[in-house]
Design a binder for this molecule. Structure first.
Ligand SMILES: Nc1ncnc2c1ncn2[C@@H]1O[C@H](COP(=O)(O)OP(=O)(O)OP(=O)(O)O)[C@@H](O)[C@H]1O
Ligand SMILES: [Mg+2]
Length: 239
């Protein structure tokens, strides 16, 4: 990957929930056009980091996006700037159809709805086949695709993916990761959180390990893949 400008810079970010310090002094950069992976154990602070970026939790420190300091904890404004969070679990509306769920993603720019929908269907042909199906009856993997598709409908430039492979069979994990690669090739910058790290490190340009709220190791995806500590603690042989 050529050297690129930073699209997102986290500058000494800390998040606490009362007495619990979930993130301590995290600084990192996400270059424009890259895939950056963050790996770490349960409770290490991964989701808290994504939530801080998306404005869903309060934090100390600065978040700089596209050269501007982001408003503090204002999810709506942050979404309009082109940052879209795909949260842990599948946050779809079960009683709406696939198409209706996707339409919700274009709330702030209905004028490009058709164009955006066709783009999402290119990444996820299966969603097009099932556009009239109630979202709650989709399989787990399809629900994950729908959650990602809806995030793309927002015209995100930066996609924050919180454990997209969670609970999926290996074959679907590979499919989801291959789609993530395609989305990135189409120009979307990706910040990817994964607990099971092999696939994430394989596609990541840069990667970080988080332990107890602190970044303890950074490098290219390949460097982390061969790192002794990562191999012992985080490449559990799944996928
Ligand atoms: N709303 C909250 N109130 C209190 N504590 C919280 C809250 N959200 C998270 N925490 C705590 O903060 C720490 C970090 O949680 P976080 O969800 O960021 O971890 P994670 O790395 O995403 O873990 P996992 O891999 O299990 O999803 C944990 O100890 C968690 O219990
Ligand atoms: Mg989490």
């Amino acid at each position: 990957m050529a050297l690129m400008n930073s699209l997102l810079t986290l500058d000494h970010l800390s998040v606490a929930y009362g007495e619990i310090h979930a993130l301590r002094d995290v600084s990192l950069e996400i270059p424009s056009g890259s895939i950056v992976a963050l790996i770490g154990a349960n409770g290490a602070g991964k989701s808290s980091l994504l939530k801080a970026i998306a404005g869903a939790v309060s934090y100390e420190g600065k978040i700089i996006y596209d050269g501007k300091i982001m408003p503090h904890a204002e999810p709506q404004k942050i979404a309009t700037c082109g940052i879209s969070l795909v949260p842990e679990g599948r946050s779809i509306f079960n009683n709406l159809t696939v198409l209706e769920n996707l339409k919700l993603g274009s709330w702030n720019h209905p004028e490009t709805y058709q164009e955006d929908l066709q783009r999402v269907y290119q990444f996820f042909p299966r969603l097009q086949e099932r556009e009239q199906q109630m979202a709650g009856t989709l399989s787990g993997g399809e629900q994950q695709m729908l959650t990602m598709g809806r995030a793309l409908m927002t015209r995100a430039r930066l996609l924050l993916l919180d454990e997209p492979s969670m609970g999926l069979a290996p074959i679907l994990v590979r499919e989801i990761f291959s789609i993530i690669g395609n989305i990135n090739k189409a120009g979307v910058t990706i910040f990817l959180i994964e607990q099971n790290a092999t696939m994430a490190l394989r596609i990541a340009n840069q990667a970080h390990l988080i332990e107890l709220g602190k970044i303890t190791l950074s490098g290219t995806g390949e460097e982390l893949l061969v790192n002794e500590k990562v191999r012992e603690g985080y490449l559990g042989g799944k996928n």
